[in-house]
Ligand binder design. Structure first.
Ligand SMILES: Nc1ncnc2c1ncn2[C@@H]1O[C@H](COP(=O)(O)OP(=O)(O)OP(=O)(O)O)[C@@H](O)[C@H]1O
Ligand SMILES: [Mg+2]
Length: 297
């Protein structure tokens, strides 16, 4: 590996909030062409570290190098100039505006009609390259959550960001959308970009990442090649003690029904049908699971 392959180097980063050290002397490195997982439980300090890289927070201590150049940020404007882009845990698009308007929002380009048309063409081509069907003239509120996330990513690619931070991007996606996202991230990495992939889901580390940095209680506990570790080791590192994936349980004979829902319909406060004819029952002696993607009721 040559020196030019290092996109980001964070050294000894410390960030304190009242009563908690969110980042405790953290070292982190991102290389060209890799998807690098930042893995940790809730509150481990992952988002804080990336908010620092993106220029949203200032570190109390530590140094940051981007493509070999030491930087002291004042705002995300500075990090965007350095090629850094972040898709946040909660998407931040302007709903009544179009895809193209959202993408050029905040850019210094003039917004004449002709320019907007050219912008739309560029966006269409960019989306196609990653296998997405996005209409640049669609309004954001008309798009699914998965498509909105694609718009957020297009916004970064449009600015030619080569350091992409994705904060728990699959929590709002269907399995199909998740597969699509993984394919596009691999493509971005193959183009020589670096992707930082924040997650607490072990399967995703193995599905899409090349290296993994594990955080626990504000500290980095390990950085590994994904090919040289396994789920058990990562789980133990993340939690700080051996983790059991299988809980010993005997087959139970469920008893009588204690809760029964029959054909339940309910409207959300936005007026759409949130539950559409749902039936389920729960019996004594059992733990009943309910599975589904966020936003499905
Ligand atoms: N702006 C803030 N003000 C005060 N405390 C904060 C702030 N942001 C984060 N923290 C605290 O810092 C610690 C690390 O939080 P952080 O959001 O970085 O964790 P995370 O690893 O991203 O967790 P999650 O998986 O829940 O997103 C937590 O204890 C959190 O409560
Ligand atoms: Mg977070």
């Amino acid at each position: 590996m040559s020196k030019g392959d290092v996109l980001v180097q964070m050294v000894g980063i410390v960030k304190r909030f009242p009563g908690v050290i969110a980042n405790d002397h953290v070292n982190f490195e991102l290389r060209k062409g890799e998807v690098h997982a930042l893995l940790g439980e809730n509150g481990a300090g992952k988002t804080t570290l990336m908010n620092i890289l993106y220029g949203l927070y200032r570190p109390d201590e530590g140094r940051i190098f981007v493509k070999g150049e030491e930087i002291t940020y004042h705002s995300p404007k500075d990090s965007i100039r350095m090629g850094i882009g972040m898709v946040h845990q909660h998407l931040k698009l302007v709903l009544p505006h179009t895809v193209a308007e959202n993408i050029v929002l905040g850019l210094k380009e003039p917004r004449f009609r002709l320019d907007l048309r050219r912008t739309e063409e560029k966006i269409r081509a960019l989306a196609e390259k990653y296998g997405w069907k996005i209409d640049p003239r669609a309004k954001i509120w008309q798009l699914s959550v998965g498509e909105r996330q694609q718009v957020e990513i297009l916004k970064l690619l449009y600015r030619d960001a080569d350091i992409l931070i994705m904060d728990e991007p699959t929590s709002v996606l269907t399995p199909q959308e998740t597969r699509q996202l993984f394919e596009s991230l691999r493509k971005m990495a193959s183009e020589g970009r670096g992707v930082i992939y924040i997650t607490h889901k072990l399967d995703e580390v193995f599905a899409v990442c090349d290296r993994v940095t594990v955080m626990r209680k504000g500290r980095v506990v390990a950085t590994k090649r994904v090919s040289e570790t396994d789920k058990q080791e990562l789980a133990n590192l993340m939690v700080g003690r051996p983790v059991l994936f299988r809980i010993e349980k005997k087959d139970v004979r469920p008893g009588k029904t204690v809760l029964e829902l029959k054909d339940v319909k309910a409207y959300s406060d936005k007026g759409f049908l949130a539950l559409n004819g749902l039936s389920l029952n729960v019996r004594s002696h059992e733990i009943a699971g309910i599975a589904g993607v966020a936003g499905n009721g």
